[in-house]
Structures are given as structure tokens and as C-alpha cells.
Design a protein around this ligand. Structure first.
Ligand code: GLP
Length: 241
């Protein structure tokens, strides 16, 4: 795992954008794996700037997102589909038909998980996967206890995950209890993985990750089993290492 230490959130975001843009310059038909949460927002702002100011184009780019809340439709402002449209897709020249996010309103959750996994395998492998990390080490919504061989599945969110994500909702009660997420094995199939970690609230998780013990109890630790992982960490997130 390559660790890149930077001072600030802004520096983390612009470094991450450089890596994404290099990938697109290498192959303008790349498949990008995208994440939600507040961590990648600055990266997305930089990518939008890249289209406006650096002539970047996403015309032939495909994207797959890691996860979606169960019970929320894509028009719900709290859904990850809505988030991605707002924070990135509607500001760049991507074809929305080439952007993929699990359907949180699917009638059969099991079938939706199978469909999504098969779709990722068909358009994949993902060339570059962006990841944030939960305070408990979750990636996507793979909570502690998720096995390394997991593929896209539905899960019950941990109380701590629901409360840390409650800031995006009016109240804790409104935070969905379940989600669909790509599994650990689905994520590890990506050719290259870029993890972003910023702020004091992630310092403990960064410390545990960099200790290097691989365990289901800390899902991000499975990233040690991949050949090409870079983590960009800002000063506050690195403060306990
Ligand atoms: C959510 C998402 C994850 C994300 C994590 C951290 O639970 N499912 O993909 O990495 O939150 O979010 P944040 O970046 O807001 O700290």
C-alpha cells in the first residue's frame, strides 16, 4: 500500500483528481469506481473543474458506484444516485446511461444484487476505484464482519454508521437501516484502488489500517491483499500514526 501524506483536504482532493485524470488520459473509455460521503466531494469538484478548464471529457467513461440505501429512490435527495448526479454527473459530459448505482427501490433485493454484480463484471474490471472509509473501517457499506469473498449484497447498517451518516438527514430515524453494497471481492477486482482519508475523525481508522493486520473486523484491511492501492491521507487523518 502506497501512503501519500498531504497537509490538507484540498491537497488530498487535487492529488486524487490528478490520478483520476491520468487514468482517463491513458484510456478515455475507462471504468471508474466511485464513492459517496463527504470525503470525495472535493475530488469531484476538481474533476468538474478539469472539464471546464483542462479540456477533460467523460463522453466514453463508464462509472459504477459502490452502494445505495435500501428504500430510497434515485429522486430522493438523500439517495446516493441523487448525490452523484448533484455532485458530479450533471456538471460533466458523461452519458447518464453509462453511470451505474444499485437500485434502492428494487422489488427483489436479491435479484438487484445479482444484476449489479453481473453488470460490474460485464463492463469491468474497474480501472480505478475511489474509496472513502467509515470510522469503523467500512468500505462501501461493508461493515465489520463482512467476509473477503463477499460480492454485491444487502446489509444492515451498524448503529454507529447510521449515526455518523445522520448528518445528511433531518433526523436519525430517517437514515435507512439497510443498504446494497458491492462486496469486498467485487472491490478487490479493480485494477487500481485509491483510498482517501481526511480529518481527525478518521485518524483512528487510518492508524488501524496502516498497522496492517488483515481482519474481517476491519474491512478496509482487506486492501492489503491487493497489489495496487494508494491511500492519500491529510495531516489530521494521519495524526495518530
Ligand atoms: C458511507 C459510504 C462510504 C463512505 C463512508 C465515509 O457510509 N457508504 O462509501 O466511504 O460513508 O463517509 P465520509 O466520507 O462522509 O466520512
Amino acid at each position: 500500500m502506497k501512503v501519500v501524506r498531504v497537509e490538507t483536504y484540498e491537497e488530498m482532493s487535487s492529488k486524487a483528481a490528478q490520478i483520476v485524470e491520468q487514468q482517463i488520459q491513458k484510456n478515455n473509455r475507462s471504468v471508474l469506481g466511485l464513492a459517496t460521503g463527504s470525503t470525495p466531494v472535493g475530488l469531484y469538484e476538481n474533476l468538474i473543474q478539469g472539464v471546464k478548464e483542462r479540456g477533460m471529457s467523460y463522453r466514453d467513461i463508464h462509472t459504477v458506484n459502490l452502494d445505495e440505501y435500501l428504500g430510497l429512490s434515485g429522486t430522493d435527495p438523500q439517495s446516493y444516485r441523487y448525490f452523484m448526479n448533484e455532485k458530479l454527473f450533471q456538471h460533466i459530459d458523461i452519458d447518464l446511461a453509462n453511470t451505474h448505482i444499485p437500485n434502492g427501490k428494487a422489488t427483489s433485493v436479491e435479484e438487484e444484487c445479482q444484476r449489479y454484480e453481473a453488470m460490474v463484471n460485464e463492463i469491468g474490471p474497474v480501472d480505478l476505484q475511489i474509496l472513502g472509509m467509515g470510522m469503523n473501517g467500512h468500505i462501501g457499506f461493508n461493515e465489520p464482519g463482512t467476509p473477503e469473498n463477499s460480492v454485491t449484497h444487502s446489509i444492515e447498517l451498524e448503529p454507529s454508521t447510521r449515526s455518523s451518516n445522520a448528518r445528511f438527514f433531518d433526523s436519525l430515524d430517517e437514515v435507512p437501516t439497510h443498504a446494497i453494497t458491492m462486496g469486498i471481492a467485487s472491490i478487490l477486482k479493480s485494477k487500481q484502488i485509491l483510498v482517501l482519508a481526511s480529518g481527525e475523525s478518521k485518524a483512528q481508522a487510518v492508524k488501524v489500517l496502516l498497522e496492517g493486520n488483515v481482519s474481517e473486523e476491519f474491512p478496509a484491511s482487506f486492501l492489503w491483499n491487493h497489489q495496487d492501492v494508494t491511500i492519500i491521507v491529510d495531516k489530521d487523518a494521519y495524526s495518530l500514526v
